[in-house]
Design a protein around this ligand. Sequence first.
Ligand code: SF4
Length: 499
Amino acid sequence: MLTKSQLMSWRQCPKRLWLETHGDPAPPTDSSKLQRGETVGRMARVVFGDGDAVTIDRRSAGRRSALDQTATEMASLGRTLFEAAFGDDDLAAYADVVRPAADGWELLEVKDAGSVKTHHLDDVAIQAAAAQRSGFAPKRICITHVDTDWTYPGGDDYRGLFAIAEVTDDVGALVASVGDWVAEAKATIALPTAPARPTGPHCDTPYPCAFYEACAAQDPTATHPIQWLPGALSKAAKELVEAGAREMEDLPDEVLNETQSRVKAQTLAGVARFDEAEAAADVADWTAPLHFLDFETANPVVPLWAGTRPYAQIPFQFSLHLLEADGTLAHTECLLTDGNDPSRRFAEALIAACRSEGAVVVYNAGFERGRIKDLAQRYEALAPQLEAIAARLVDLQPVAKARYYHPDQRGSWSIKKVLPCLVPELRYDLLDGVKEGGMAIEAYLKLIHPNCSPERKATLEAQLRRYCHLDTLAMVALWARFAANRAVLSAALNAAPRP
Ligand code: SF4
């Protein structure tokens, strides 16, 4: 018998299903994504539950009992069911929400997403097919996703969290195909060895596959892999990849954009390029004092604070290195961890730290500008000062992109790729605990949880402070390299964490 998740694995990649069935246990997939999915599922039971709703308990009672209980409930069509069990000897599925409708009943599949995605249709088609096999064809089939336009009013009132999109007509043909999918997936499982499949974009779509490292090790090796080319490939380049191209040199410059051609040329040459005079000219007119600024934000799918929306990026921490015209370097920061909405206090601290003059230097300005604009929208009284800060933003990343590239960057100009090449003395790997943005979000959400002990909270706070401090110190060092300012580079290196 196949479960819905096995069929979804097969839809993504038959090799994945085979490995999940016969291979070594897969390493855990992204735990934060799993937690978000569980949180959304819990909220769906709150939002769609009423006093009468019932959760079918297959975990303790077993599948047979869950099927029987579901059948009994469905016969009366009386109340909302969570985790209703459907299927037969070939297919098993458990529906997030089943509820009575005017002329039958409707099936709601709940998703941690802001809109309906293509793979959601496969998912709900399998649910509907399993329900049909149980003799309960749904009247309406719906994807329930998070409504990103909704604003949480507070007071645990989450009634507006979800939007319901009916997809009954869209999934009709898919439901009819599920029988074939089951047969083909069973044939895949019966194979004596895993089906051959090189890695590719399907390994991340729709879900990151836990077997990636093992599969990539079996791929024909490439010395200069095409995957290191930045940005999307042109149609002509994709056709060459489909035809077997794996090395950058297999793609002529005519099918690449200017940046991709540049990356290809330097990768094949094996040398870095640094246009030092142009970089210095790019940053020459940035007005002192320079404020090197970086934000950390959290984007909970279920809003925690009144006035915020699902997935909204809520800033909770910034680091700022201030470089005065005379070369003096000072550091200030803000980290708000009491569990209340940090937004307004963050905005006030930011206004104080950025003062009223001098360039505000960021790396990838779109992100910081977006958060400052969000705050200006929420707090009208602070908007003029916040808008003034946004107007002072200057961006290091375009300078890096235009003037510097090292083959070790592998097509990326993220600060964590550029820094080890241009300023190898500053190292994120020396940090304890939090070493990148995703870990910062996890640490923040852990430390504001009421169950977090004071000791654990203090540890996580210290990790966050060191991480964000290094982010802006790295920006100071990159600026110093671009501006050819040895004194400031030396000051930044002296302030770096030690092994
Ligand atoms: S890593 Fe890619 S090729 Fe390998 S099993 Fe997963 S999806 Fe298939």
